[in-house]
Design a protein around this ligand. Structure first.
Ligand SMILES: Nc1nc2c(c(=O)[nH]1)N[C@H]1C(S)=C(S)[C@@H](COP(=O)(O)OP(=O)(O)OC[C@H]3O[C@@H](n4cnc5c(N)ncnc54)[C@H](O)[C@@H]3O)O[C@H]1N2
Ligand code: MOO
Ligand SMILES: [Mg+2]
Length: 626
């Protein structure tokens, strides 16, 4: 974001922190620094100059190397007094403010407020947010003002005014809508501060693994590896708004509350005649006078009296007083101006759809974390929602390692193989909806590996590599990974996919989670599905557990206890209309055909031994998984 030299920033740290037990809020430790330091770090790059308004601990604020201006009115007159002090000292025509307890403020705050101020020829611009289905929420302490308005503010204060949004009542105000409500989140209590601090503090792998009893990196059960990974990774907290169609397959970032009732009115489920159920005789035919016709989308306003009815189309609004609809094909006689209905053809209330029976205004329509499917697009459209808050896409860099690998298009030299892992990884990552960075093949060369890992780390949220994580002499990958961060190497009690590297690496102030998958072509896929997939989904804020089905095994399967086996299976119908699963031929870790032929994975758990024909086994369908 570009710096605007015409704007100065003022951090409002002059409050008494009464909700924090009278501590100085700005100086509270938060994620390895103080709260005010986080605000400084976000705001300073946006403006030409920056200062702090504080009324206590002035020397500690001055230690940040920026000017500190106390209120000029005594007695903690609130943020307006700070604003006044700031405007008096400010040397630029514009000043932007933010409170010291908002460490997540937008990095484009000044630019967007300034743009709105200019384009709307306003005096003050302020941030607002609006949750879907909720009222607009202004954030007057996040504002941009023309500094020449000092006089207006001083008069308001002199008259005893104290409300942040009161002083500009007679000025032109531009509101700027920001999508990320959390960016304006201020931290009011020490409890809130501590819980956020621990939730977001970087974890060490050791802290996670040490909580596990009997942790052995060389014989780690699948469940434990999955648990450690889940504990260690953290979700990205960045939201964007996209047009409804573009939300397909994206992760919903906020709960959606229905702003309207769907349908909005009671209406007919059939083409027929709307009537008053009480008019229908139980002992013989009823004749009713037809007084009007109602088409869908054209309410008639008619209010039929006793003995009257209205011709109605499917979706037409039920006329007042009517509670039932008789479909036209059930009517015994349709005359010029009346109809006759036989006894017992409908019950009172039949074929009437109630207002809000699909969704009631104010009710929860969709939960955040959901991956948006076609039905959800329709549901959102039925609510009139044109833009959807979604998580930003996860950026995932991936590459293959190995001197023997050739990319397609290159000649296949003696002893070499074509790189297939990068294509299976491409497919799997693409299906997960990630933004992918394909980094090609990297040679078994320490310098090339380090460069690739650093580059990936600086550009992605997560890195997926294949190969080099076992114990071979040319497998430098392990050493380099370990050197760049907090990475552990496991031998997992599973087949295929025994070796796995996992952790987080750092480069030039960036960090990324790392999944070092084994090189064998089936192992790379199985490790992706059972470790990386869930972790990446969690990072992208998605809540998408996969069901395991129980299906009969068509034949006996040999299985060792004490490890998880992922056998490639074909689920098919048998002659009796039931289903069974059979294993695809050779299950070798290099036989990619076994994956291609399969339509599911048979999951044989640690404690399971040999399977007899007809036994039920757990099956995970590729459909949904891939
Ligand atoms: N002494 C031991 N040797 C091995 C062990 C072990 O525990 N002790 N584990 C075996 C298991 S299990 C696996 S899985 C592999 C994993 O090896 P690496 O992750 O080090 O992978 P590489 O050695 O680089 O390659 C293994 C194999 O896969 C082929 N490969 C690699 N990348 C690709 C690619 N992109 N496309 C196609 N094929 C690829 C590579 O040519 C090798 O054949 O280690 C076992 N050894
Ligand atoms: O576990 Mo390795 O993945 O069997 O070939
Ligand atoms: Mg190897």
């Amino acid at each position: 974001m570009q710096k605007n030299e015409q704007i100065s920033a003022l951090i409002l740290a002059g409050g008494r922190g009464s909700r924090m037990g009278h501590v100085d809020k700005g100086l509270q430790p938060f994620q390895g620094a103080t709260m005010v330091a986080h605000v400084l770090e976000r705001l300073a790059p946006q403006v030409g100059a920056i200062a702090i308004n504080a009324n206590q601990n002035l020397a500690r604020y001055e230690a940040f190397g920026v000017p500190v201006w106390p209120d000029e009115t005594t007695g903690f007159a609130g943020p307006l007094a700070g604003l006044e002090a700031g405007m008096r000292h400010c040397a630029t025509p514009y000043m932007v403010t933010a409170p010291c307890d908002s460490p997540f403020l937008p990095r484009d705050l000044a630019a967007r407020l300034f743009h709105a101020l200019q384009s709307q020829r306003a005096d003050v611009a302020l941030a607002v947010t609006q949750e879907v289905g909720m009222r607009k929420q202004p954030h007057p302490v996040f504002c941009l003002v023309k500094t020449r308005l000092l006089q207006v503010l001083s008069s308001y204060l002199a008259e005893g005014g104290r409300k942040m949004d009161g002083w500009y009542a007679d000025l032109k105000v531009a509101e700027v809508q920001f999508d990320d409500n959390d960016a304006f989140r201020n931290i009011n209590t020490l409890d809130e501060l501590h819980s956020l601090d621990t939730a977001r503090a970087p974890k060490r792998l050791h802290d996670v693994t040490s909580c596990l009893s009997g942790y052995d990196p060389d014989a780690l059960p699948v469940r434990d590896a999955q648990r450690i990974i889940r504990e260690f990774v953290s979700p990205i907290a960045s939201i964007e708004k996209v047009a409804l169609r573009a939300a397909l397959d994206r992760v919903l970032a906020r709960d959606i509350t229905s702003p309207i009732s769907v349908p909005a009115h009671d209406n007919s489920a059939m083409d027929g005649f709307a009537l008053r159920g009480a008019d229908l005789r139980a002992d013989g035919p009823t004749t009713l006078k037809v007084v009007d016709t109602v088409y869908a989308g054209r309410p008639s306003g008619a209010t039929p009296a006793a003995g009257e009815c209205v011709r109605i189309m499917t979706g037409g609004v039920m006329p007042a007083g009517c509670d039932s609809v008789v479909p036209q094909e059930f009517v015994a006689r349709i005359g010029e101006a009346d109809i006759t209905v036989d006894a017992g053809v409908i019950r009172v209330g039949d074929n009437r759809r109630f207002a809000g029976e699909d969704l009631m205004a104010g009710s929860a329509a969709l939960k955040k974390g959901r991956i948006i499917r076609p039905a959800d697009l329709g549901l959102l459209a039925s609510l009139g929602i044109a833009e959807v808050p979604v998580q930003r896409r996860l950026r995932v860099a991936f590459f293959s390692t190995g001197d023997e690998l050739r990319s397609i298009g290159e000649p296949l030299d003696a002893g070499c193989v074509y790189d297939s892992n990068r294509y299976t990884l491409y497919g799997m990552l693409q299906r997960l909806g990630c933004d992918i960075i394909d980094m090609g093949v990297v040679k078994d060369d320490p310098q090339a590996l380090e460069e690739a890992l650093r580059n990936a780390c600086e550009n992605a949220d997560a890195i997926v590599t294949s190969g080099g994580v076992s114990v071979g002499a040319a497998d430098y990958t392990r050493d380099i990974m370990a050197r760049l961060g907090d990475v552990t190497f496991w031998k997992i009690g599973m087949r295929p996919g025994r070796p796995l590297a996992f952790g987080k690496i750092n480069s030039n102030g960036h960090s990324a989670f790392l999944f070092g998958l084994p090189g064998n072509p089936v192992a790379v896929m199985v490790s992706f599905y059972f470790f990386a997939r869930a972790a990446l989904l969690y990072m992208m804020g998605a809540d998408a557990p996969l069901p395991l089905l129980k299906v009969k095994s068509a034949a006996a399967i040999r299985k060792k206890t004490g490890r998880t086996e992922y056998q490639r299976g074909i689920l098919a119908h048998d002659a009796n209309g039931g289903q069974h699963v059979s294993i695809t031929g050779s299950q070798g870790s290099g036989i990619l055909r076994s994956m291609s032929e399969a339509n599911c994975m048979v999951v044989l758990h640690d404690e399971q031994g040999n399977v007899a024909a007809g036994d039920l086994v757990d099956v995970m369908l590729f459909e949904g998984l891939v």
